[in-house]
Design a protein around this ligand. Sequence first.
Ligand SMILES: NC(=O)c1ccc[n+]([C@@H]2O[C@H](COP(=O)([O-])OP(=O)(O)OC[C@H]3O[C@@H](n4cnc5c(N)ncnc54)[C@H](O)[C@@H]3O)[C@@H](O)[C@H]2O)c1
Length: 283
Amino acid sequence: MRVLLTGGSGDLGQVLAKQLIEKGHTPVALDIQPAKTLHGEFIQGSILDREKLPGIFAGSDCIVHIAAWHGIHEFRQDKDSYDFFDLNVKGTFEVFQAALLAGVKNIVFISTTSVDEPDSYYGMSKILAEQIADFYFRKHNLNVVTLRPRAFIPHWNHAVYKSYVEWAKWFWGGAVHIDDVAQAVLKAIDYVSSNGQLKEHLILPIDGAYEYTDSELANWDREGPGSTFRKHYEKYIELVESKGLDPALKPRKLAISQTRKHLGYEPTFSLGSLLRELSEQKD
Ligand SMILES: NC(=O)c1ccc[n+]([C@@H]2O[C@H](COP(=O)([O-])OP(=O)(O)OC[C@H]3O[C@@H](n4cnc5c(N)ncnc54)[C@H](O)[C@@H]3O)[C@@H](O)[C@H]2O)c1
């Protein structure tokens, strides 16, 4: 399959392109800038280029619409309200309209759990973008799956995380690894491409794997601070404390039963995986 990735030079696009090649597909990254390492084809261009977009999309079997400014850009005030509207809202309209004109029926739209933060420009822009995706599903019968990952900036993005420990401190609160997000996207590509006309626009949250059970989370640290952590990861306690990580911090876990059911998504990277990597002194 020829899979067009908008924003394909970014973190997710790069991980996806590599995995798509491994599966025998042809990824085509459309981005305003090239990736550090090229996987697959690259087209330098913008999703806001109304004239050229249908021609760029033509012949694609599926589009993964990734390009957007996101939480980090709002947090750091790198991008303003106009930037968020132009790329995330108008850009999403341009992508769906061009897909329609180009005859590309299958689209995986990357949204975010930040739709639960409607008072942020990012949240607002993705709420509107999801509505655009839904419109093209309902009115034009495009096959659309929307994925809502929680934050997944990888530890190797050193513009954001200076070290593995800094990334670990963020992951600690509950998170998803970028490889698991890529797994969900690959499964969503298969889903939109192999189920004929979809009857439903699925909107699915993406979270990581957890060793903690729901019951342990509900009864967090009943036996004292750090006690739940120790039940699973006792052998790492010294390492964790030496790195300034807090064993008493309770992670927030998302409900992903629908994602499991529809896509067969099964996240693999957990706090246990992180601790193994940390003990291998990634830092
Ligand atoms: N990174 C996260 O933690 C996270 C969490 C939840 C959802 N998301 C969503 O995932 C997607 C991006 O994730 P990422 O981590 O790969 O981001 P990223 O910032 O690494 O990549 C985004 C890419 O979009 C490109 N881009 C910007 N303007 C463009 C334009 N006009 N046309 C084409 N490309 C353009 C950028 O050059 C960049 O390469 C976004 O839709 C975001 O909302 C991200």
